[in-house]
Write a protein that binds this ligand. Structure first.
Ligand code: ATP
Length: 439
C-alpha cells in the first residue's frame, strides 16, 4: 500500500539548483516564484527535474505546476520575458518558449478522474497534493516550492525521498496500472535507467495488470511512445530483457519473443551502433528504430504491417522498417559471397537501404569486409551525381524519353567507378550510350 509521509519542507534545494541548473534556468525559476507571489498563486517545480536533481543527473526539462490560475500565470510569465506562449485550454497546460529557445511547461494543478481505464483523464483544477497523487511513481511525485521564503524546499507527500534513497519504484496507489497502463512500461524504463528495483507490491500489481488485456486498450501512439522510449534508453538490451521477463513483448506482437539467438544479436547490435557512432559521428541514426527492427525481424511482412499499424508508427519510420525488411536478406546474401564489388555495384546495393539497415547488416555479418564496404561506400557515394542533367541531354539533341534515365544511371556508375571525371567526358560517354541504345 501507499505510504503516506507528512509533507516535507525540511530539505532545501536552493544551493543544489543553483549549482546544477544552468544559471539562466535558475534565474527564471526564481523569477517564476516572484511572479507567483505577485499574482496570488503558488508555483512548484514538479516531475522529472526534481527527481533528477536529487539523483545528481542534469535535466533541463522544466515542468511547473500552479495552484490557482496557471494559464493566467503562464501568460504573465511569457509577457515579462518576451516569450512565446502556447496554451492548451482543454488540458490547462501551456508552453512558454523564451527568446533563446528555452522551454518551460506550465500546468494548472489538477486532480484527475478517469472516465474509464486508459481514457485520457479529465481536468479539474485542484491542489498540488492532488496533482502529485495522480503521478506514476513516488519518485516522480516530488515537488520543489518556488514561493517566497520557501523557495527550494522539497515537497514530499508520498515518500518519494525515501524511495529515491532506497532505489525503489513504487506506485502511489493500487489502481495505478489500471488507470494508466502506460505505467507498466514507464516502471521498467525508470527501473532500468536508474538501476532501481520495483517494490514488491508494485511488482505484484504490474504482473496482474500485464496478465490482462488492459494494454490492448491503449491507443497506438501511446503504446508506441512507451515502447520506443524503452528502446531509446541507454542500454535497450536491459529494457528488452525486462519486458520479456514481465511478458510485455506480446503487446507489440504475440510472435515477438526474446530467443537466445535474439539475445546474442542484441549485443552485436549494441556494438554495431557504437561502431557506427564512431565511424560516422555526423550521421546520427534512429537507435530505437534499429532495436525495433531487430525485435520484429522474425515477423513476416503481414505481421510486420500489423505491428506498424497497431503502434501507429509514423510513415517515415514505417517505410524504413518495411524497406529494411524487404532488402536486408538479399543484401546480406550478396555480401556473404565476399566478391569484390565495384563502387557502382556497392552503391546500387546499398542506395535504397536506410542507415538503420546498415547497422543491422554490420551487426549481422560481424565481418570486417562488410564494415570496410560500408565505410568506403556509404558516406561519399550518396553525394555523387553526374554533372549532366536531363536538360543537358536535351540540349545535346537527344530525344527525351526513357533513354534519359538509362543514360543518367550509366553516367552515375561511371562517375562512381572513376571512369569519367569531367563534364566533357560525361558528354562523350552520353553520346556513346545513346548510339549504342539507338537514341
Ligand atoms: P524522462 O526523463 O524520461 O522524460 P520524466 O519523469 O521527465 O522522465 P515525462 O514523461 O516527461 O517523464 O513526465 C513528466 C512527469 O509527468 C513525470 O515525472 C510524472 O510525474 C508525470 N507523468 C508522466 N507520464 C505519466 C503517467 N503516464 N502517469 C502519471 N504520471 C505521469
Amino acid at each position: 500500500m501507499t505510504m503516506l509521509f507528512p509533507a516535507t519542507h525540511g530539505r532545501n534545494l536552493r544551493k543544489l539548483m543553483r549549482d546544477r541548473l544552468p544559471a539562466k534556468v535558475f534565474k527564471r525559476l526564481e523569477d517564476a516564484g516572484r511572479l507567483a507571489g505577485q499574482s496570488g498563486v503558488s508555483a512548484f517545480v514538479v516531475g522529472g527535474l526534481v527527481r533528477d536533481l536529487l539523483l545528481g543527473h542534469t535535466t533541463i526539462d522544466v515542468d511547473i505546476a500552479v495552484e490557482g490560475d496557471g494559464m493566467a500565470f503562464a501568460g504573465r510569465l511569457a509577457d515579462r520575458h518576451g516569450a512565446a506562449l502556447k496554451i492548451f485550454e482543454r488540458f490547462a497546460t501551456a508552453y512558454v518558449v523564451f527568446p533563446d529557445g528555452f522551454k518551460l511547461d506550465v500546468a494548472t494543478a489538477r486532480g484527475e478522474s478517469y472516465a474509464h481505464p486508459t481514457a485520457l483523464p479529465a481536468v479539474k483544477p485542484s491542489s498540488l497534493e492532488k496533482d502529485l497523487y495522480r503521478r506514476d511513481f513516488t519518485i516522480n511525485a516530488l515537488a520543489i516550492d518556488l514561493n517566497g521564503r520557501h523557495f527550494g524546499d522539497v515537497i514530499d507527500y508520498y515518500g518519494g525521498l525515501h524511495d529515491l534513497k532506497a532505489k525503489t519504484i513504487r506506485v502511489l496507489h493500487d489502481r495505478s496500472f489500471v488507470d494508466d497502463p502506460t505505467r507498466l512500461f514507464r516502471a521498467i524504463r525508470f527501473e532500468q535507467r536508474f538501476g532501481f528495483h520495483l517494490d514488491a507490491n508494485t511488482l505484484g500489481l504490474l504482473r496482474q495488470a500485464a496478465a490482462t488485456d488492459l494494454v490492448h486498450r491503449l491507443s497506438g501512439p501511446r503504446l508506441r511512445n512507451e515502447v520506443m522510449a524503452l528502446l531509446a534508453e541507454q542500454d535497450p538490451r536491459r529494457t528488452i530483457r525486462r519486458m520479456a521477463g514481465l511478458d510485455l513483448l506480446r503487446f507489440i506482437h504475440p510472435a515477438v519473443t526474446l530467443t537466445p539467438q535474439l539475445s546474442v544479436f542484441l549485443s552485436d547490435l549494441h556494438k554495431a551502433l557504437a561502431w557506427w557512432a564512431k565511424q560516422f559521428p555526423g550521421r546520427p541514426v534512429d537507435r530505437a528504430l534499429v532495436y525495433f527492427m531487430n525485435l520484429t525481424e522474425r515477423l513476416d511482412i503481414a505481421a510486420t504491417d500489423a505491428v506498424l499499424k497497431r503502434l501507429a508508427l509514423p510513415n517515415r519510420q514505417a517505410d524504413k522498417v518495411r524497406t529494411v525488411k524487404e532488402r536486408l536478406a538479399s543484401t546480406s546474401r550478396v555480401l556473404a559471397r565476399r566478391r569484390a564489388l565495384k563502387p557502382s555495384q556497392a552503391y546500387r546495393l546499398f542506395a535504397a537501404l536506410p542507415d538503420e539497415g546498415f547497422i543491422l547488416l554490420a551487426a549481422r555479418t560481424k565481418s570486417s569486409h562488410v564494415k570496410r564496404l560500408l565505410t568506403a561506400h556509404v558516406t561519399p557515394d550518396r553525394h555523387v551525381k553526374p554533372s549532366l542533367t536531363g536538360e543537358d541531354l536535351k540540349k545535346m539533341g537527344l530525344k527525351p524519353g526513357p533513354l534519359y534515365g538509362k543514360i543518367l544511371d550509366r553516367l552515375l556508375d561511371a562517375r562512381l567507378d572513376g571512369q569519367v571525371a569531367s563534364e566533357d567526358q560525361e558528354r562523350d560517354l552520353a553520346k556513346k550510350i545513346a548510339n549504342a541504345l539507338g537514341g
